[in-house]
Design a protein around this ligand. Structure first.
Ligand SMILES: Cc1ncc(COP(=O)(O)O)c(C=O)c1O
Length: 390
């Protein structure tokens, strides 16, 4: 048996129990490992769905050019599908995204334009504006617009939701998902809530993003917006794909916690995943008091760790941001942690051998003695053994 092309291998990703990193969180914690999709992320699912929808509606015509603002993962899915289906791709992205992601898109033959992060979405230099302008200027082009194109959440309603329902045999009680365009959480959450309205859907947000405050107050607060490091989640506007009715609550996770938790997933579970998985686990741990031992929690791991080699998996990068907790031990750090002891202890000629031995062993001290002629001698463990055996 074989697949007709690579696109047929998308989906049916494994659900894997976490055993160590969430050991203090009540319940069974399961991770939906989306890295086994051929583009190494969950975004393959919605990329193909958006293209197929546009083909059906006539918006995307044979030989057309796909233009999109993408942080990388959606671009990867679109680029892969474009190769199989015969389209060209131009992507705009921001200078915040990992170089690995941009290089990967170029590896698939896509043209990538890198735009500044710290400008308003309406600014003509923003990656949203540049992709809209290109759509107007490039003939026979189509912009999927993953933020507002509801084929995005529909893909998860049709695939991710049913997969999780079947894999947990309907036992899922909580879904935990990092929210960017909102497609994953809204589509998956909608399907699961239709199956069982008691399922809780928790969105993971970042500091610097508008989602949490909007959900809690209905206010779109521009003061919530500032640059942040976490990739793939949080936004400075409200995409149509975020269905706030499906999401029960949002939890914010700091850049530092998300980065360190991303590394911990690899180190403690042997699962090599990206930054939003770390944020999701960080958020779940923060929310642990809301869970009971009988709960079955599914956390989405959106993408693969290889895209973050220059970032969360790079110690220099972490150190520059003050994120690294466990510095490698040097002689200096050994001395800093060493208990204060007398490094040199003088004893007199009548000090017992037991006392000298204990000073050398327990106190880690060099023991010196002044002999009758006034000469200073060092006594070592070897000298003690010599004296006793002698
Ligand atoms: C790595 C990563 N995590 C999480 C998300 C958020 O998923 P969604 O856009 O479906 O809300 C994205 C979206 O781009 C992503 O690339």
């Amino acid at each position: 048996m074989w697949y007709k092309n690579i696109l047929e291998t998308i989906g049916n990703t494994p659900l894997v129990k976490l055993n160590t990193i969430t050991k203090n969180v009540p319940g069974t914690i399961l991770a939906k490992i989306e890295t086994t999709n051929p583009g190494n992320s969950i975004k393959d699912r919605m990329a193909v769905k958006m293209i197929e929808d546009a083909e059906k509606s006539g918006k995307l015509k044979p030989g057309g050019t796909i233009i999109e603002g993408t942080s990388g993962n959606t671009g990867m899915g679109l680029a892969m599908a474009a190769i199989i289906k015969g389209y060209k791709c131009i992507f705009t992205t921001t200078d915040k995204q990992s170089k690995e992601k941009v290089d990967a898109l170029r590896a698939f033959g896509a043209e990538v334009i890198v735009c500044p992060t710290n400008v308003e979405p309406e600014d003509p230099r923003s990656y949203y504006s540049v992709s809209s302008r290109l759509e107007r200027e490039v003939p026979n082009s189509w912009k999927p617009n993953q933020y507002d194109n509801l084929a995005n959440s529909q893909a998860h309603y049709e695939q991710t939701g049913p997969e999780i329902w079947e894999q947990t045999e309907g036992k899922i009680t909580h879904l935990v998902v990092g929210v960017g365009t909102g497609g994953t959480i809204s589509g998956t959450g909608k399907y699961l809530k239709e199956k069982n309205p008691n399922i809780q859907v928790w969105g993971i947000d970042t500091y610097g993003s508008v989602f949490k405050k909007y959900k809690e107050t209905g206010i779109f607060d521009k003061d919530e917006i500032y640059p942040y490091i976490t990739e793939g989640i949080g936004e400075d506007f409200l995409p149509a794909n975020v269905n706030f009715d499906v999401i029960d609550l949002f939890e914010k996770v700091t850049d530092k916690d998300a980065a360190l938790m991303t590394r911990d997933i690899a180190r403690k579970e042997g699962i090599f995943v990206g930054n939003s998985a770390g944020a999701a686990i960080g958020g779940l741990i923060q929310l642990k008091d809301k869970l009971k031992p009988e709960d079955v929690v599914v956390v989405i791991f959106h993408d693969h760790g290889s895209r973050y080699m220059g970032k969360m998996y790079n110690e220099d990068w972490l150190r520059e941001r003050g994120f690294l907790q466990d510095e490698k031990l040097t002689a200096k750090s050994i001395l800093a942690k060493k208990e204060a002891t007398e490094i040199v202890t003088f004893v007199d000629l009548n000090t017992s051998i037991d006392k000298i031995s204990s000073l050398i062993n327990k106190e880690n001290s060099a023991v010196l003695v002044e002999d009758e002629s006034g000469k200073i001698e060092i006594i070592t463990q070897y000298d003690i053994i010599n004296a006793i055996s002698g």
